[in-house]
Design a protein around this ligand. Structure first.
Ligand SMILES: [Cu+2]
Length: 177
């Protein structure tokens, strides 16, 4: 093999590697699904002594798992809850031990449904508009994601949009407000 042919071969191999890396990246976002969290925000209570509510969306991964808990260093107390309307039309909350996260499905913690009630949030993280939350899953994954704050009465979508929060297409729905 002469020298110039060899050079061509090397160049070709390098190009192929670049091409493959590109494919790999694209494939990752499509399939298999990646367990992740986004759209996390705390709706602050109007009364500072009342608990606030943390909402977020969990995107299921390749396998079914469960969200077992969240860990928040900057709050005195927090608890996973689920609101449901009873036969009498009254909305009641019950403690949620875990939330099933089916493979490839989105599970929304949103007003009127699942949420994390949070008491005694550190004013420092409110001022910084950023509260680190660790999401603990049954498969061993721990995912850290920063929740933003939404003032009482403020529109959650608007509050988060102008902060340039990365939102996937699937998270752009209107359910969470
Ligand atoms: Cu609650």
């Amino acid at each position: 093999m002469n020298f110039s042919r060899r050079l061509l071969l090397i160049a070709g191999t390098a190009l192929m590697a670049v091409g493959l890396a590109g494919c790999d990246k694209a494939a990752k976002t499509l399939n298999p699904p990646d367990l992740h969290v986004d759209r996390a925000y705390v709706r602050l209570a109007a009364n500072p002594d009342a608990p606030s509510a943390l909402y977020f969306t969990v995107h299921g991964g390749a396998k079914d798992t469960r969200l077992l808990n969240v860990l928040i260093d900057y709050a005195l107390r927090y608890e996973m809850h689920e609101s449901a309307k009873g036969a009498d039309g009254l909305v009641t909350m019950k403690k949620l031990e875990y939330a099933d996260i089916p493979a490839g499905e989105d599970v929304k913690f949103a007003p009127g449904g699942k949420h994390v009630m949070v008491w005694g949030i550190d004013p420092k993280v409110i001022a910084a508009n950023k509260m680190p939350v660790i999401f603990v899953f049954q498969n061993g994954d721990r995912i850290e994601f920063d929740a933003q704050f939404v003032q009482p009465g403020e529109d959650a979508d608007a509050a988060m949009d102008h902060d340039g929060m990365a939102m996937g297409n699937e998270a752009a729905g209107n359910e969470a407000r």
